[in-house]
Design a protein. Structure first.
Length: 124
């Protein structure tokens, strides 16, 4: 088993259905490569809008178990934040087939997040 697939398997073993996954540099690429659609919330614990958006994001993850919903703490994973040009948080990024197809800063309301998830589902 390659290291990449081993990392992906370890990540999958730790996931429970409907869980929001915390990503770090080592498991970021395997997660993106191993799933056709991945939603990522770039956030920080001190960020008020991030804390407001968290329950909305978690509810979407529970509502749509067919997709991976992940979070990247920009304080702990600064290299990922730089790599993806994150300048404001929270920022929602959507990866489809390993490419960023959507990125928007700000705490999205539930209806807007639902529309974004529905667009991803329609493209599957």
């Amino acid at each position: 088993m390659t290291q990449q697939s081993a990392s992906s398997q370890q990540l999958n073993d730790t996931l429970s259905p409907n869980a929001v996954v915390e990503l770090s540099e080592p498991d970021f690429k395997p997660t993106i490569a191993g799933n056709s659609v991945v939603f990522i919330d770039f956030w920080a614990p001190w960020c008020g809008p991030c804390r407001t958006f968290a329950p909305v994001y978690e509810a979407a993850a529970k509502k749509h178990p067919e997709f991976v919903f992940a979070k990247v703490n920009v304080d702990e994973q600064q290299q990922l934040a730089v790599k993806f040009g994150i300048r404001a948080i929270p920022t929602l990024a959507v990866f489809k087939d390993q490419a960023v197809v959507f990125s928007q800063a700000g705490a999205l309301p539930p209806t807007t997040l639902d529309q974004i998830v529905q667009q991803a589902a329609d493209q599957e």
